[in-house]
Design a protein around this ligand. Structure first.
Ligand code: NAD
Ligand code: UGA
Length: 470
């Protein structure tokens, strides 16, 4: 099948950047990213400084391709019908109710997409699972397509999971370690795989494009995230041991990672991993393993999430203990709300869990993040309080103890503790002498990222806590 028009359903953190890069690399393709969220589409079509996704390098690409061969629209049916190839990049959050609640992926958005594709299509299509999905979802999608389609239309379903990380998405898309395409071993399946391979091979070396069966591709995505998260939980578990024994986590991490069999990536101790995917994808893996009766396998992977919760909780406890002085101003500054630097995404950020813990202990919090908007920060706090079944009146009261600042020094002024949660580069550049002067006692810095210079801060008079350094 010759591809001229691509439709991507879902204009989020994956749909927007991936389609922008395909549009840039394949000028002959016309790509339309569609979404049911009109506000988001308006932002994608609006000011380059206000795109809904902040990613270094993204706005430059958008400025080159938008209105040329990349378009953003809410006309989902029309764009489905026009396209020969459709990417599904919708969200797949953890289920909040029903069978598998708290573990399984909620597939309602993907199922709705499949139904809509079937109903709107008047010609053959290649459908691509770009969202992260449980192994064997393609089977479900094919069923929905075949039940709802018009006669004589052929749909080929491929799995093509996305491995980009936020904050480095553009570079990851330009120079992917691998592109994975899973498809059926039938004539039409192999042709569909070949069609997608041709698109990626415009800029990705052919040897980095791997083709597998559909189930291997779907499962590989979950396994890749689980393995990455497992390394972080491993090093975070050891950080607690370092604090007890006098070992230094950065020295342990460096020396361990220098073994080429282990490698140095993803061994940076932190207040806990965040992001929309690690936790949900591991819980999904846990659910699938239990479903097949593999309880030991499920427990093993669940422990990765448990250690992550433990790490965020224990650092929260330490902050609260440090405030247990009499007659001091119980104000804590949370520096950084994004789940990592260089993104405006705060989903599952450790900051949210820390804020919740501090608020439930009657502590006043000041928050500063260079990229995350105040409206999102407040929404995150309201959501976590609601998840914890806090009554509306109490939510209002707790929110009255939250102030979000646009200037870091105003934020820190009169705080007793700074809890640094995101590794934004600018935090290192701050005038820490000035900060010492404007803070209240006990002038404690909790560095949840081991970002700052501990000895320098202590030389200025700060008390400090750095992860895995006693
Ligand atoms: P997102 O929430 O940022 O975007 C998803 C978008 O899909 C939303 O804008 C939503 O309005 C839209 N949508 C939902 N149902 C729709 C429908 N029926 N029609 C049209 N639009 C619809 O999510 P995301 O972060 O881009 O993640 C998407 C998928 O990619 C998830 O499965 C995720 O696990 C996976 N993934 C995410 C990342 C990442 O870095 N965020 C990386 C790799 C894979
Ligand atoms: C992660 C994976 O890295 C991507 O390959 C995957 O495509 C994506 O999830 C997804 O499926 O959504 P992302 O969550 O964007 O990407 O960012 P990461 O760089 O993996 O960081 C995740 C979290 O782990 C962040 O909170 C980060 O600060 C933390 N982290 C990372 C550590 O605490 N220590 C480390 O050594 C590395």
């Amino acid at each position: 099948m010759r591809i001229k028009n691509i439709c991507c359903i879902g204009a989020g953190f994956v749909g927007g950047p991936t389609m922008a890069v395909i549009a840039l690399k394949c000028p002959d393709l016309k790509i339309t990213v569609v979404d049911i969220n009109k506000k988001k589409i308006d932002l994608w079509n609006g000011d380059l400084d206000q795109l809904p996704v902040y990613e270094p390098g993204l706005s430059k690409i958008i400025s080159k391709v938008r209105g040329v061969n990349l378009f953003f629209s809410t006309e989902v049916d029309k764009e489905i019908e026009r396209a020969e190839m459709i990417f599904m990049a919708v969200n797949t959050p953890t289920k909040k109710e029903g069978e598998g609640k708290g573990y399984a992926a909620d597939l309602k958005f993907i199922e709705r997409c499949a139904k809509q594709i079937a109903e709107a299509s008047k010609s053959d299509k290649i459908i691509i699972e770009k969202s992260t999905l449980p192994v064997r979802t393609a089977e479900k999608i094919k069923n929905i397509l075949s039940v709802n389609k018009k006669k004589n239309i052929n749909f080929e379903v491929l799995s093509n999971p996305e491995f980009l990380a936020e904050g480095t998405a553009i570079n990851d898309l330009f120079k992917s370690d691998r592109v994975l395409i899973g498809g059926e071993n039938t004539t039409s399946g192999l042709m569909a795989i070949d069609t997608l391979v041709k698109i990626y091979s415009t800029w990705i070396p052919r040897e980095r494009i791997i083709t597998t069966n559909v189930w291997s591709s779907e499962l590989t995505k979950l396994v890749s995230n689980a393995m990455l998260a497992q390394r972080i939980s491993s090093i975070n578990s050891i950080s607690a041991l370092c604090e007890k024994t006098g070992a230094n986590i950065e020295e342990v991490s460096k020396a361990t990672g220098m073994d080429s069999r282990i490698g140095s990536s993803f061994l940076k101790a932190s207040i806990g991993f965040g992001g929309s995917c690690f936790k949900k994808d591991i819980l999904n893996l846990v659910y699938i393993s239990r479903h097949y009766g593999l309880n030991e396998v499920a427990n093993y992977w669940e422990s990765v999430v448990n250690i992550n919760n433990y790490q965020t909780e224990r650092i929260g406890e330490l902050v609260i203990n440090a405030l247990d002085y009499q007659n001091i101003n119980k104000t804590v500054t949370i520096l950084g709300w994004a789940f990592k630097k260089n993104t405006n995404d705060s989903r599952e950020s450790a900051s949210i869990y820390l804020a919740n813990k501090l608020l439930s202990n009657n502590i006043t919090i000041h928050i500063y993040d260079p990229m995350v908007k105040e409206s999102l920060i407040r929404e995150d706090i309201i959501n976590i309080l609601k998840e914890n079944n806090i009554e509306n009146e109490e939510i209002k009261l707790r929110l009255s103890r939250v102030t979000v600042f646009t200037n870091p020094y105003d934020c820190i002024k009169n705080s007793s503790i700074i809890s640094l949660c995101t590794e934004w580069d600018e935090f290192v550049e701050y005038d820490w002498k000035k900060i010492f002067k404007i803070m209240s006692d006990p002038k404690y810095v909790f560095d949840g990222r081991n970002l700052l210079d501990k000895l320098y801060l202590e030389s200025l008079g700060f008390r400090t806590f750095f992860i895995g350094k006693s």
